[in-house]
Design a binder for this molecule. Sequence first.
Ligand code: GLU
Length: 290
Amino acid sequence: MLSTDLITRFAPSPTGLLHAGHALSAMMAHDRARAAGGRFIVRIEDIDGGRAREPFVESILADLAWLGLSWDGPVVRQSARLPLYRAALDRLRAMGLVYPCFCTRADIAREIAASQSAPHGPDGPLYPGTCRPAAGQGEPDLSRPHAWRLDVARAAALTGPLVWTDERAGQVAARPDLLGDVVLARKDVPTSYHLAVVTDDADQGVTLIVRGADLFHATHVHRLLQALLDLPVPVYHHHGLILDADGRRLAKRHGAPTLADLRVAGADPAIITGAIRNGGAPLGFRRDDA
Ligand code: GLU
């Protein structure tokens, strides 16, 4: 790859304020692009209309500027790109790889509690497959509220084994089964994180995805979606998370200061950028490089 072809992105969800962990993701993606003469894109992942807030978008962009980061091209918003995600979902539907799911959260919880052997993934119990179509079943009634789920076993059987490259973990064999039949379109939102992120990263030509290790397992599903939708496969870099002094992931509820807190208080952004560029973490936090 020519170095000028490197395209990275920072893709925050404006459902809250940024903290030092976000600064690490954004700075790494930015610095890699700048060092290679490539492009750094900012994308606002605001598909969750119930939780995304405009003041968070404003704060995120102010934080990035405060950190001294500049981005290329306009800031793209996922809420403006729903037809793109719809087309991807329609394609998977035409391939018979998604099915409508009518379950409520309570239905799913009940089913899992009643099962002796509910499968578990890295983030907890998996969808037990209640709505997965059985052979000979009639057409589902789509007038009822429904999500769309990926039939992972069927999809993986179609693609065969897949691999992806992570700069820290090396060659990784995709295990989309680890996450079960993920939702690709929610009842209230015509897409989902997985479908939108894969569609956008391909559409925007992103070649290196830098994000926190908390999203490592999501990449198994993303790799499967790339294969199903004939999309290019970027390289990944899942960086270690920034933890507080008690070893917990940064969260407002644990009292971690947000970038906005520091910015508004007139702090020097070098306390963040200096520590992160030196391979560490600011403010007494530590970097989990396991
Ligand atoms: N929007 C996601 C988040 O804020 C990150 C998406 C990604 O980097 O793939 O957690």
